[in-house]
Design a protein around this ligand. Structure first.
Ligand SMILES: *Cc1c(COP(=O)(O)O)cnc(C)c1O
Length: 377
């Protein structure tokens, strides 16, 4: 069997048809009609009033943070275990990420640790749903209310997921999505900010487009970037969005299939199937090496690659990023669970185009690799 990549998207719906429409009509830039349509449809799927499409999920976080007025000296509470995009959105503005450790079962931030981190400088809390299970958002929303804090919800991995029956992407002041090819909905590269606040939406639209003055184009009162989203991206996004339910269903089926086949495997912990507020959508199918294993995730990744199986290690923790350490940030801080996830977590092929035969092959090869590692104990 050929090498099985960690992700391959499924593009066999109306993607080609809508893309051809872009070519035929000449609408390929961010001014094209599909952009607005995609913004409207995507925001509607999560019950938000406004959608602002941008070039990627990282840009969405940056624009969201800037639109909320986060600035130099502010603190933003977020998980220690997340992608660097979350921290970058804050540090680029001169603000400081204040980190919270993870819980080892859901891999999401430990909500009980948040309140102790709130200071007079805290401006916002970033909720980041990790790998398929949503964060327990209600207590965080209550804290935001109590201390008058803003909420940014990073729902990049949560297309089609709900928390207590409410759509992920609908919590707090502003939420963001990514449409990278490994997300449930892809546009190649792409992202979106969604909000119910008209003024915030207007600010995001300005920030994604160089802050052109409304009454005087080419005159600028503020600096921002070019984070525009093209009609070509929107064409793919519209076709993908038509299949959101089917995709979520498929991911859940794939997750259950892996769990069924891997139930007896030794030395690794499988992902939690559901919590009291949500059923896993397996953005990726992640596994954690058990504590007594004499191996880390990088070695597993290497061994799997030798067997023809693509995999990825989990995110590296924010407080252990060399770039931040060099800036003097987080020097004496330690978050043991986040550190454990970063060293022992990995995920196996989980893309929507994966076939059952490929999953069987992944299971066979992972079993072989784990048998080898278990013999070391
Ligand atoms: C993918 C992802 C992002 C970044 O999205 P890009 O489109 O790759 O910039 C941000 N946050 C989370 C949680 C993600 O999974």
């Amino acid at each position: 069997m050929d090498f099985i990549p960690v992700n391959e998207p499924l593009l066999n719906g109306n993607e080609k048809k809508y893309l051809c429409e872009c070519i035929d009509t000449g609408w390929i830039s961010s001014e094209g009609p599909f952009v607005k349509e995609f913004e409207n449809k995507m925001s509607a799927t999560v019950n938000r009033k406004y959608g602002i499409a941008v070039s990627n999920g990282t840009a969405a976080l940056e624009v969201a943070a800037q639109a909320l007025g986060i600035q130099k000296g502010d603190e933003v509470i977020m998980p220690a275990f997340t992608i660097i995009s979350c921290a970058m959105a804050v540090t680029k503005l001169g603000a400081v990420p204040v980190l919270v450790d993870s819980s080892l079962d859901t891999w999401n931030m430990n909500v009980d640790e948040i309140e102790a981190k709130i200071t007079s400088r805290t401006k916002a809390i970033m909720i980041v749903h990790i790998y398929g299970l949503p964060v327990d958002a209600e207590p965080i929303l209550a804290l935001a209310e109590k201390y008058n804090l803003k909420i940014i919800e990073d729902a990049a991995e949560m297309h089609g997921q709900t928390y207590k029956g409410k759509c992920c992407g609908s919590f707090g002041d502003i939420s963001t999505f990514s449409f990278y090819p490994n997300k449930h909905i892809t546009t190649g590269e792409g992202g979106m900010i969604v909000t119910d606040d008209e003024e915030l939406a207007e600010r995001c639209r300005m920030l994604r487009n160089l802050c052109f003055r409304k009454d005087f184009r080419y005159m600028h009162d503020e600096i921002s970037d070019n984070y525009r989203f093209t009609n070509l991206q929107a064409a793919v996004g519209l076709a993908q969005l038509e299949r959101l339910e089917e995709f979520v269903e498929r991911k859940r089926t794939m997750g259950s299939y892996y769990t069924e086949k891997l139930r007896k495997i030794e030395g690794v912990t499988l992902p939690v199937e559901k919590t009291e507020y949500a059923e896993n959508i397996y953005w990726v199918y992640g596994l954690l090496l058990k504590e007594d294993m004499q191996a880390d995730n990088r070695e597993v990744q290497k061994l799997l690659a030798e067997e023809g199986i693509g995999s990825r290690t989990f995110f590296w923790c924010i407080h252990e990023q060399p770039v931040y350490r060099n800036m003097g940030l987080f020097l004496d801080e330690t978050y043991p669970n986040a550190e454990y996830l970063a060293r022992k977590g990995f995920y196996i092929p989980s893309g929507l185009a994966l076939t059952t035969e490929q999953m069987d092959e992944v299971v066979r090869k992972l079993t072989k690799v784990m048998e080898l590692l278990n013999r070391r104990k």
